[in-house]
Each structure stands twice: as structure tokens, then as C-alpha cells.
Design a protein around this ligand. Structure first.
Ligand code: HEM
Length: 420
């Protein structure tokens, strides 16, 4: 029988090893070779359609065609996501849970977060002034863990900060690892889920009294579509769905410092410009230029044909975040760090996808994009306007293979001090 598909197919039995070897570049490399935003290959023993670019995003985020149930690999669920969070839901159950999470992102709550970030940054800078040098990523993980818990209404003991902050980082550092590192990530998730469940039970039993508008209160008291208090496993995963990704912003903070060090002319423009939007454009360019999550997985909801390709129920599909953010058909000279390109950006939810695309409530686009942008902007403001620091010789290069990547040195800063 002839295959009627206009989607090119990679020849060979299985290409999982190529995905592992080429990392962020696996999809962009084939996109270039096939001169196509769509191609088919076989990974983890399954035929898989890979998609990239605007058309790929429009298709991937069409919830008529794709579902998330059963999509995320076990190693990702057991570390990064959990098995009961919003990411694996579809239809009305997804929308109901997502509405609850999005209700935490009101302007009032974001303003409280801005204040909280500044308070902790000021404390940490006081501390950094007394130290010869600091490793920015490690400091950011510890600081943002406290910011996230403070903002979410979670009380913390000193020993919990030292213990739980690095475990939270394990969740997003280990999903693509194997062996001991994967084991460590899974262990950290078990411990963090126990911690989250304990917080929720104590809130429900009125042993803890978080403020009504905080994430702990809202998530602990959330009711499902039948009006029953949500299942404990589900709400524990969703509480971690707030804390974990906030801590993951540490990677973007580290890349923001990388950009500040490598693009002094752009930093000078920030200082001279006086345009508050120039900070946002710089941050948007950090999110476009630097790699974070390379791609995401979904499954076909029901049979359909697209571009002459027969998508069958439960087929695996993968959408390319990194290649879309660096697609020369969308971005002029994508390899250049040019924040001003965002002066002309049309705001499309399908051409700039560092945290997913499409719709927030009807789809799976990241719930924390506004938090991410605002937090990065505040850190950038401090790096540019509030502190001076030196950057001793170090290896600031970053791998394009192992996600999530970051500068090898984690950005060492010396002689951090308040500006005169
Ligand atoms: C380091 C910054 C972040 C990055 C790179 C990031 C990236 C992503 C990506 C790629 C997705 C999946 C989109 C898809 O399914 O197609 C996602 C989903 C999600 N993110 Fe983020 N995120 C970040 C920060 C945050 C923050 C700060 C929060 C909350 C405070 C958050 C909460 C969520 C939630 C709840 C989902 C699941 C949404 C759903 O399935 O409907 N993220 N994020």
C-alpha cells in the first residue's frame, strides 16, 4: 500500500539515541535537512510526528486533535511533573483545574510577589557583599524557593530551606537523566510530595492558616467538578506546580546574567533608554534566545488527516519549543541577541513559545508566564541599576545537548556590592 503523506520520514529503526545525542538540535537539524516543519521518526519504539514553527504550534495546541492523558513519559512524571497534576488532564477537568491556577495570577497577587522578590533580593545582596564570590544559580535556587513559599503562604523552618530548596531543583534538573541522577530526582519528588500533602492536610484541618488569597489556601480548598475537595495527590502535585517552576526561574536568572555580561551595548541601552518596556524586551529576548525545555509531547485524540498524513488515535507527537524560538522563518537572524526585535513582535501565541503556546485556559500554555517575566525583570533591574559585580574567568559556555541547560560555571560573581 502506498503511504499518502506529505510529511517526510526519517529512515531507520529507532532514533531515540539521536534525540539524546543531539538534544535541543535534534528537531532543528532534521527540519533543515528535510526543509519541512513536520517530519516523522521513530523514538522510544513509537512512530512519532515532530512539528515545529508557527504551523506546528497551531496544530499542536489544537485540543480538538491532541490530548495530554498518557503523553508524558514516566521518567518525566516521576521527577518534573508528578502523576496527578494539571499537565495530564484534558477537557472540562483540565479547564476547571487551570482556572484555579490562573486565579492565583491576579495583578494584586503579582504586585505582592514583586514586593516579596525585592525584599529577598535586598537581604541576599547584603549577604553577598560580605562574601568574596557567589555562584548565582545556587543562590537563586535557595532565594527563589523562599520567595515562592512566602508568596504561596507556606511557612518554612531554616532546616527546610537547606533541605528542600535543592530537592526542588532536582525535579527540573533530572527528568532527562538516567541512573543515579534520575533516582535522586525521583526520591526528591517523593519527599516533596509528602511535604506538600502534609501542608494541605494541615490547612484542611485548620492547623495552618494561610491567607485566603495564597496558593496554599486556594489549592488546599479547591473542589472538583462534582463539588468534592480535590484528591490529595492531585492538589499536592499542583502545589508543587507552583513552587517548582518558580524555582526553575533560577535558570533564566542565570541566563539573564549571562546576557548582561555578554551584551554590554544592550545593557548600556537599558541604562540610557529610560523606556520601561526596554527591560521587558531584554527579558523576552533572553527567553527566546536561550534554550530551556526543548520540546513537549502529546497524543492524538482521535483519527484525523493533516497534510495528507493519517494521524491515528494515541499516536505520539512532539512539538519543538527551542527550534520555533530560533526559526529563521519567524525571527530575523535568530542567532543574534537583539532585544529590539520585540518592538515589532506581533504578540502571536504561536511564534514565540518558550513556555508553550496557544491558550491559557483552553490549552496547556504555561500558567506562570507573567510571574516568570516579572521576576526576571526585577533581577535584571538589580543587575543593571542596583549592584556592581565582577565576573572572574570561568566557563560560561552551555551545552545544547542536555536539557535543561545552563552556563557551566553557573555564573560566578565576585565583589558584589550596592552601586554608590
Ligand atoms: C522557568 C520558567 C518557566 C518555564 C521555562 C516554563 C515552561 C513551561 C512549559 C514549556 C510548559 C508546557 C506547555 C505545554 O504543555 O505545551 C509549562 C506548563 C506549565 N507551567 Fe510553566 N514554565 C515556567 C515557569 C512557570 C511558573 C513560574 C509557574 C507557576 C507559578 C508555571 C506553571 C506551569 C503550569 C501549572 C503548567 C501546566 C499548564 C497546563 O498543563 O495547563 N510555570 N511551563
Amino acid at each position: 500500500m502506498t503511504r499518502r503523506s506529505s510529511i517526510p520520514r526519517e529512515v531507520g529503526l529507532d532514533h531515540t539515541k539521536d534525540v539524546l545525542r543531539e538534544g535541543y538540535q535534534y528537531i532543528p537539524n532534521r527540519k533543515k535537512a528535510f526543509q519541512s516543519d513536520f517530519f516523522e521518526s521513530r523514538i522510544l519504539g513509537e512512530n512519532t510526528v515532530f512539528m515545529s514553527g508557527v504551523e506546528g504550534a497551531e496544530l499542536f495546541y489544537n485540543t480538538e486533535y491532541f490530548k495530554r492523558e498518557g503523553a508524558a513519559p514516566k521518567r518525566v512524571q516521576k521527577t518534573l511533573l508528578g502523576e496527578h497534576g494539571v499537565q495530564g488532564l484534558d477537557g472540562p477537568a483540565h479547564r476547571h483545574r487551570k482556572e484555579m491556577l490562573m486565579s492565583l495570577m491576579s495583578e494584586e497577587r503579582l504586585q505582592v510577589l514583586d514586593q516579596t522578590i525585592e525584599t529577598y533580593l535586598e537581604q541576599y545582596i547584603e549577604k553577598w557583599e560580605k562574601e568574596k564570590s557567589i555562584k548565582l544559580y545556587d543562590e537563586a535556587v535557595e532565594m527563589i524557593f523562599q520567595i515562592a513559599c512566602d508568596w504561596a503562604g507556606i511557612p518554612l523552618e531554616q532546616h527546610e530551606i537547606r533541605n528542600l530548596a535543592p530537592k526542588t531543583a532536582d525535579l527540573f534538573e533530572t527528568p532527562a537523566t538516567i541512573g543515579l541522577k534520575q533516582f535522586k530526582g525521583r526520591n526528591s519528588r517523593i519527599q516533596l510530595e509528602d511535604w506538600a500533602k502534609d501542608l494541605i492536610v494541615k490547612t484542611r484541618e485548620k492547623d495552618l492558616h494561610p491567607l485566603e488569597e495564597t496558593a496554599l489556601h486556594v489549592i488546599a480548598w479547591h473542589r472538583d467538578l462534582e463539588g468534592k475537595l480535590e484528591d490529595l495527590d492531585a492538589v499536592a502535585d499542583d502545589l508543587l506546580n507552583i513552587i517548582r517552576p518558580m524555582v526553575a526561574i533560577s535558570i533564566y536568572v542565570t541566563f539573564t546574567a549571562h546576557a548582561v555580561v555578554h551584551h554590554p551595548k544592550e545593557v548600556e541601552k537599558l541604562r540610557m533608554d529610560g523606556d520601561p518596556d526596554s527591560y521587558k524586551r531584554f527579558i523576552q529576548e533572553v527567553r527566546r534566545f536561550y534554550p530551556f525545555f526543548p520540546f513537549n509531547v502529546a497524543r492524538v485524540k482521535q483519527d484525523f488527516v493533516y497534510r495528507g498524513h493519517a494521524f491515528k488515535e494515541n499516536d505520539q507527537v512532539i512539538f519543538d519549543f527551542h527550534g520555533t524560538n530560533n526559526d529563521p522563518k519567524i525571527w530575523d537572524n535568530p542567532d543574534l541577541f537583539k532585544p529590539d526585535r520585540f518592538k515589532e513582535w506581533d504578540g502571536s501565541p504561536f511564534n514565540f513559545v518558550p513556555q508553550g503556546g496557544g491558550d491559557y485556559l483552553g490549552g496547556h500554555r504555561c500558567a506562570g508566564e507573567w510571574i516568570t517575566i516579572r521576576m526576571m525583570q526585577i533581577f535584571l533591574h538589580y543587575f543593571v541599576e542596583k549592584i556592581d559585580f565582577e565576573v572572574p574567568p570561568q566557563d560560561m559556555s552551555y551545552s545544547l545537548v542536555h536539557p535543561p541547560t545552563m552556563p557551566n560555571s553557573k555564573i560566578v560573581m565576585k565583589n558584589v556590592r550596592w552601586k554608590a
